[in-house]
Write a protein that binds this ligand. Sequence first.
Ligand code: SAM
Length: 369
Amino acid sequence: MMTAHGKIRTDGILAKPRLDGEDLVQLLAVKEDKEKHRIYRKAYEVKRQNAGNVVYLRGLIEMSNICRKDCYYCGIRKSNEVVSRYTLSQEEIVEKALWAWRRNFGSIVIQSGERTDKQFIETLTEAIKEIRRQTDNSLGITLSCGEQDIDVYRQWGEAGAHRYLLRIESSSEELFRRIHPENEFHRFEDRLKALYNLKKAGFQTGTGVMIGLPGQTLENLADDLLFMRNFDVDMIGMGPYIPHQDTPMGKLTGLIPSPAGRFELSLRMIALARILMKDINIAASTAMQVLDPDGRIKAILAGANVFMPNMTPKAFADNYNLYDGKPVVQDDPMVVVKDLETKLKAVGEIVGYGKRGDSKHYFKRYEKR
Ligand code: SAM
C-alpha cells in the first residue's frame, strides 16, 4: 500500500488478519520514522497482550568454543587458528548454573561450538542431570549446541534440558550455501532435519537467522519469517550479522548494509516476528547491543521478551568471539541485570525473576497433538 509519493503506508497492511510475503517485504522496506514506529508500537502491543510485561532471564554459559564446522562468518570456525580453544568442565558449568539459580535467574542457556564427540555429549549430559538435582528441577535449561543425532537430543532431554535453539541461519538454501563450505558438515537439509528432530524429541524448539548478510534481500528475510511461522516455532533467537575480521566473510564489509541499517532491519524482523507469532519467546540478542548501546531495550520495545546475560567465566569468554565488538563479560552479570531492571521499570516492564519463562506457544502446540 503506497501513497502517491511512493511512501509505504503501514496502517492498512498492519490491519490485515494474516500477512503474506508481499506485505512483509513492504513492511521491511519502510523508511519513514513515523511508519517504522507504527510497526514497533503494534508489535509491542502484541507482546504485552500475549506475553505480558515480563522479560525472562537466561544466564548464558558458553561451554566450549571447539567447533567442527567452518562457517564463513563465525569467529570460532574450525580454521580460525587465532582462537585458543577451551571446554568448561562439568563442575564449572554446574557452578555457574547454581550461581544463576541462587540469584533467581529462572533459566540458563548452555551454548557451544558444534561438537559430536562422546566426551562432550557425556559431560553435558552429566552437567544437566547435576543442575536438575541441585536445583530441585526448578531451573529452566535451554541448549544451543548445534546439529546432533536425535538420540543425543533425546539423551539431553531425558537428562532434563527442555528448550533448544538451532538457527537455520538463512531459510534460503541458496544463501545458506553461499555462507557455508560445500561439504558434509554444512548441509542445509541436515540443519532442517535437526530442527524436525528437536521437535520430535519433545523440545521447545527455537530457530533464527542472521540479518544483513552479503547478498541477502528483503524477499529472503520475508521468507525467513514465513519459514518460522510455517515451522510453528516456539522461540526465536535472531540478530544482525556482524563481521569478524578473522573470517572469510569478514572482509566483505562493502557488501552489507551499514551497522545502523542492519540494526534497524533486525529490529523490524523482531517486530514482524512478534506480529506473526504472538505467543512465542523472542530473544533480545547480544548482537543487537553491539550495534546500538540500547539495542536490547529497543528489541524488547519491538516485541522481544527474553534477555540473556553472559555468565561465561571471564577467562574463557574472550575466546568465544563470534563477531567483532562482542561485549566483554562483566565480573558480575548481576550488574547487567540490575541495569536492565532499571531501564525496564522506566517503560513499565518487569524482570521475571525466578520464572522459567517457557514458551506459551509450546504448550498450546502440545495440547493440539
Ligand atoms: N554451534 C551452535 C549452532 O550453530 O547452533 C551454536 C553456537 S553458534 C556460534 C551460535 C550462533 O552464532 C550461530 O547460530 C550464528 O547465527 C551466530 N553467529 C556466528 N557468527 C556470527 C556473526 N559473525 N554475526 C552474527 N551472528 C553470528
